[in-house]
Write a protein that binds this ligand. Structure first.
Ligand code: UGA
Ligand code: MN
Length: 361
């Protein structure tokens, strides 16, 4: 006690003490920032996915890297990445990006989802993003069919907690499905899936990062098990999809562990009579066949899936049947019914008095 008193009587010592206190507070503050950045998702009471889960010394290094990237982003130092890199940086909108580094041993699932503005879009994307949150080593490539990225999708992705890339690619007007067109008269999602594939080809190095490409349309429901199974795809893995082919489910017919035909009630003579949500492709194939992509033209309705698989030189014999030899349905083409809004017109004056028209649904 007398020592402490003497110390306060000496102003220089007091300066040292304050300096020490400042350093300690700064260290504490920094470690807390790391902690919060490390677990953006746990903050909301959910388990974090990706690599930023456990606060070990090694992970802190990764987190620091992320910090550096974040501050570089704020200073606008990082431009769209053109060279292939083990660490990917990608620009979402005006420099916004969500960066994850994936370890090279576990294959990453790159899910490409085309999406377009309509009343049920936010509900579809919310369901998808919250399913994907359960997965680690998962990267979502969400591609808007629009001239510009929309604030609805930008905000949804920013708050999703996912590792993602946000792109946009507009379907050419001559092949764009109009509300008056029959549903199957034009292909859907073509330009968007191609934009996703280009991004993968430009940003992923298949030699250092193993992975699987999955075309996950926004109007489906996904059981998490399907991702576990597809992760180890050697070439092309296949499984059934509920509510497709004008049956309760459609997909591969398997005999003695091999795909020998197709169960479908629609366009029976397709080479691969399978829905887009019923297969996953090893990422290496897209580098082996760098020209392989979808086409908006000269592909008959229902033949998009067959077309891409043929361009990747896949034969029936290459297919790896999953989901217990294709006896389990783990994906459903649920689709959300277009909501009725016809009462709006009748009640317009009343609705204008409240926030109705400015609320995002
Ligand atoms: C079926 C298949 O499930 C699709 O994968 C396939 O692309 C399509 O047939 C086809 O043959 O072209 P369907 O349910 O009829 O699909 O199509 P949608 O679900 O309406 O569209 C597929 C994806 O493209 C969805 O993710 C959707 O959001 C997107 N899309 C649709 C657009 O990006 N723009 C559009 O104008 C319409
Ligand atoms: Mn669909």
């Amino acid at each position: 006690m007398p020592g402490l008193l003497t110390m306060f009587q000496r102003p220089r010592r007091l300066v040292y003490v304050f300096f020490l206190l400042f350093v300690l507070t700064w260290i504490l503050f920094k470690s807390d920032t790391c902690n919060r950045t490390a677990n953006t998702v746990t903050k909301f009471g959910r388990q974090s996915n990706g690599i930023f889960e456990v606060k070990t010394r090694r992970n802190l290094e990764k987190i620091n890297l992320r910090h550096k990237l974040q501050s570089a982003r704020t200073k606008n130092e990082i431009k769209p990445e053109t060279k292939k890199s083990q660490y990917w940086h990608f620009v979402l909108d005006d420099g916004e990006k969500r960066h994850r580094k994936f370890g090279p041993t576990i294959p990453v699932i790159y899910a490409i989802t085309p999406t377009y503005a309509r009343l049920e879009q936010k509900a579809e994307l919310t369901r998808l993003s919250q399913t994907f949150l359960h997965l680690s080593h998962f990267h979502w490539i969400l591609v808007e069919d629009s001239e510009n990225k929309t604030s609805l999708v930008i905000n949804l992705l920013r708050s999703s907690g996912l590792s993602y890339t946000h792109l946009h690619a507009q379907t050419p007007p001559n092949v764009k499905l109009k509300p008056t067109d029959a549903r199957y008269s034009k292909p859907r999602g073509v330009s968007q899936r191609n934009a996703g594939l280009s991004w993968i080809r430009d940003n992923v190095d298949p030699e250092t990062q193993s992975g699987v490409v999955y075309f996950a349309d926004d109007d489906n429901t996904y059981d998490l098990q399907v991702f576990d199974e597809m992760r180890v795809t050697q070439k092309v893995a296949v499984w059934p999809v509920g509510f497709t082919g004008h049956l309760k489910y459609g997909g591969p017919v398997v005999t003695h562990g091999k795909v020998t035909g197709w169960l479908t009630g629609l366009e029976l003579h397709r080479p691969f009579a399978i829905d887009m949500a019923g297969f996953a492709i090893n990422i290496k194939l897209f580098f082996q066949y760098p020209e392989a992509q979808f086409s908006n033209y000269k592909v008959r309705s229902g033949f998009q899936e067959s077309n891409i698989l043929q361009r990747l030189h896949i034969s029936l014999n290459d297919l790896e049947p999953l989901a217990d030899n294709c006896t389990k349905v783990l994906v459903w083409h649920t689709r959300t019914e277009t909501p009725r809004t016809d009462a709006e017109a009748r009640n317009r004056q009343k609705l204008l008095k409240g926030p109705y028209f400015s609320i995002e649904v």
